[in-house]
Design a protein around this ligand. Structure first.
Ligand code: PLP
Ligand code: COI
Length: 364
């Protein structure tokens, strides 16, 4: 993909950047989603005019008309991706074109304008460059990037808005899970996240709003994530609140739920599918029921379960609990394949393992 012209983004100087001392304290152990860098990228869209007003400048509050459509009808989409500091000090992104493509698929589902993929990637690169001092120093740290778009038009009729804003913000990130445990515990929700024909495959805020009550319930019961079953039969395992799932069996094969429109097509999921198949493993994309999962865990046929996503990377699921009781997977800790695939993926992302797929994009 060609680099966007250097002058594409007007640079607005920051009047009062964070001091080096304060920044260093903030990035030493940032956790997830709490610390934010100094800058943001911004691009506006108006029907008939298209994308314009591209800038990179201070991260500041945004002012919106109280009638802005996003506040009433939730026309909003986002992406989640990470930039890494490689062993040689250079900065890189992982499969940013895949995020650009998914962003546009989400935009299309939410009746929003698409953003040219090279403009999306240029915006993210610009953000990484300007916040290059914000990479966390903690082991396993990265710069989490949040590109997002929302409807800004002041209009209360129900139709797709005519004006939008696209922003990119950055957040130095360490471990997503508060527990820091090598294996996480999940709670099976009675609530549904997404129905056939709905917006489950789009990365839109409403899907996450629907997940908040069950997520709060999972947390209050001491679990790390919520598990959603399908909305029709309440039988088939779909995904977690912010991660896809893989099941590993004692014959070395794996299963992951298929992309039928109700789950997010994860880029980590797709990467693991490719890495596992290249290793010669059999991976089936097929429905897997909660009853089968429980039975397979009890019989020992199921040996590992992994949760995967940008924020979570690849993390073992150790315990599963729900209204009908709970079960443990394997020893309750990370199994061999989870550990191996995680090391391979992280190795590629951070430049320790050769990138034979063209997944890693250097930023500078
Ligand atoms: N499923 C949901 C609901 C998510 O929010 C995420 C995170 O983005 C994923 C799956 C994993 O997607 P990815 O691997 O692209 O981060
Ligand atoms: C991600 O993994 O990037 C996500 O978006 C998951 C969650 C933080 C919403």
């Amino acid at each position: 993909m060609a680099d966007a012209p250097a002058n594409l983004f007007m640079t607005i100087p920051h009047p009062a950047p964070t001091s080096a001392d304060m920044r260093n304290a903030a990035i030493a152990d940032p956790g997830f989603g709490k610390v934010f860098s100094d800058h943001m990228v911004s691009i506006d869209y108006t029907d008939g005019k298209g994308w314009h007003n591209a800038s990179v400048g201070p991260r500041v509050p945004i002012s919106l008309d109280p009638a802005a459509s996003v506040l009433h009808y939730a026309q909003e989409i986002f992406e989640g991706m990470k930039a890494y500091r490689q062993a040689d000090g250079s900065l890189s992104l992982f499969r940013p074109e895949a995020n650009a493509a998914r962003f546009n698929a989400s935009a299309t589902r939410m009746a929003m304008p698409t953003l040219p993929e090279d403009l999306f990637v240029a915006a993210v690169r610009e953000q990484v460059r300007i916040d290059r001092d914000w990479f966390p120093t903690v082991e396993g740290g990265s710069l989490y990037l949040r590109p997002f778009m929302f409807a800004t038009e002041a209009f209360l009729g129900v139709r797709p808005a005519l004006e939008y804003k696209f922003l990119v913000i950055a957040s130095p990130a360490g471990n997503y899970f508060k527990s820091g445990s090598p294996a996480v515990s999940i709670w099976i929700s009675d609530y549904s996240r997404a129905a056939p024909g709905g917006t489950g495959a789009a990365k839109t805020g409403g899907n996450y709003a629907a997940s908040l009550i069950p997520t709060a319930e999972a947390f209050s019961r001491g679990h790390d994530q919520v598990l959603f079953l399908d909305a029709v039969e309440h039988k088939w395992v779909e995904e977690l609140g912010g991660m896809n799932l893989f099941f590993v069996f004692d014959d070395g094969s794996m299963v992951t739920p298929p992309l039928t429109g109700t789950i997010l097509p994860g880029i980590t999921r797709d990467s693991l599918l490719q890495l596992a198949r290249e290793e010669g493993l059999t991976v089936r994309e097929e429905p897997y029921s909660i009853d089968q999962w429980r039975a397979d865990a009890a019989s020992g046929k199921l040996v590992e379960t992994m949760a995967c996503g940008t924020a979570a990377v690849v993390t073992a699921v150790g315990h599963v609990a729900g209204p009908d009781g709970e079960f443990t997977i394997g020893s309750g800790g990370p199994g061999q394949l989870t550990t191996r695939l995680r090391e391979k993926l992280v190795g590629i992302q951070r430049g320790a393992i050769a990138d034979t797929h063209g997944w890693v994009m250097q930023v500078d």
